[in-house]
Write a protein that binds this ligand. Structure first.
Ligand SMILES: Nc1nc2c([nH]c(=O)n2[C@H]2C[C@H](O)[C@@H](COP(=O)(O)OP(=O)(O)OP(=O)(O)O)O2)c(=O)[nH]1
Length: 138
């Protein structure tokens, strides 16, 4: 199987040590996935670490500085498939002190979700795969 390019997503939580809420973001584009909810992030550039890509993407999309924590892997220690070309790395993160994430042009709504409400929005399919493991940590 050819090597898949990496997309990173931030599981932005209220507290890295004792998370109880996660930030979900509703995409505005492209049209095929507009209205679906995701973890903010994007494609890792060549030579960039996943954590550095995440800091860059969240600053661009939500205007907020973050601190990056551990990665959420699947039960076998793997990342999350998107399609033939991409796979998803999900990294926990917190907003830096004094920072406030705001929707820019990539999103039209942000919502903080708890274990009880995590399934209440229409997540992208690759993100849906990770929800049971994430919910167990909230
Ligand atoms: N950002 C993000 N993308 C996701 C998630 N889940 C998922 O399947 N994807 C898919 C949607 C997109 O096809 C792809 C990431 O593309 P993107 O548009 O966010 O990346 P980017 O910001 O680098 O965009 P671009 O510069 O290439 O336009 O991964 C997720 O939780 N967050």
């Amino acid at each position: 199987m050819p090597h898949r390019r990496l997309v990173v997503g931030a599981i932005l939580v209220d507290d890295l040590g004792a998370p109880s809420r996660v930030l979900a973001c509703r995409r505005t584009r492209p049209e095929a996935i507009a209205g679906r909810w995701e973890f903010p992030g994007g494609k890792v550039e060549p030579g960039e670490t996943p954590a550095a890509a995440l800091v860059r993407e969240v600053a661009e999309e939500l205007g907020a500085a973050i601190e990056v924590g551990a990665e959420l892997r699947d039960a076998a220690g793997g990342r999350w498939p998107i399609d033939e070309r991409y796979e998803l790395a999900l990294l926990f993160a917190v907003v830096a002190p004094g920072e406030l994430p705001r929707a820019g042009s990539d999103h039209d709504e942000l919502r903080w979700l708890s274990a009880d409400t995590l399934g209440s929005v229409d997540w992208l399919p690759s993100d849906t795969q990770a929800l049971p493991r994430l919910r167990a940590l909230l």
